[in-house]
Design a protein around this ligand. Sequence first.
Ligand code: SF4
Length: 330
Amino acid sequence: MTALLEIKDLVTAFHTAEGRLPAVDGVSLSIERGQTLGLVGESGCGKSVTAMSTLRLIASPGRIESGSILFTTEGESIDLVSASEKQLRNVRGGRIGMIFQEPMTSLNPVFTIGDQIAEVVQLHRRVTRSEARTRALEMLHLVRVADPEQRLDAYPHQLSGGMRQRVMIAIALACEPELIIADEPTTALDVTIQAQILDLLGDLRSRLGTAVLLITHDLGVVAETCDSVAVMYAGKIVEQASAAELFRHPLHPYTIGLLQSRPDLDNRDSGPLATIHGMVPPPQDFPSGCRFHPRCSYATLPQCSSEVPLLREVIPGHFVRCHFAEEINL
Ligand code: SF4
């Protein structure tokens, strides 16, 4: 079966005074209909640039240098890298919805909530103004906004952060997209609202069959919501597997470090959290060989600093970019 979204060898680089900075360096991912793929890693590893590249929202001095992004619906494939602006307008907000981290900066402060949802509907569907407003009201009901009739005429600043994020989800879903790209959709929210929003996304996915590309640094969120996971580090995918397999059996030292640095809520006496020493290097300072080697506690052999590891299928369906994945697998 053809994947709904297939990203192949994507390279997105920024051309600055410091030279060419490849923030996304040969990333390949695929998402099936109705599936949720988690793209995880620390800040600065290239997750958001991957998401923005998927909708060709990268602004200068960044640009997609190579690769393809095939989006296949109703038997028709469009390569979003080479698509015309007209095709992209049809896809963005219509067939692919996007939810950003901070709804206050994504919503327009001078238009009401109802107008902003209705505008998206009118842009992508042949409907009258009043039909679009009815759809906006339906969407506010769907995302469980309290008092939706009143909220329709509210402005963004009159809503709480959790409500604004629900409105962003309503906008993203208003045209029943086949795919939602959600970039840290719950990071700015408190834990209770976070759980409600994730529940809501899961519920909508099962009812409408929407696929989700979920970008997050939070492995707890991935464990609860995703079918499969890709771990990204310094512009590259370093590990990819089903969520169940990756959590049961992580094989890349970076993934192992991320999992060990999660708080163990079942064991509050488990002592101080483990950390991965150092930081994700910026693209101008990517190390030679394996980009993780300066931080890797398994890096004992010269290959780590001299040879770039390939992403290999170490066990069926489980891909790892590490020279020693088999030893870690023992
Ligand atoms: Fe660590 Fe070497 Fe594997 Fe890189 S290749 S993750 S440095 S063990």
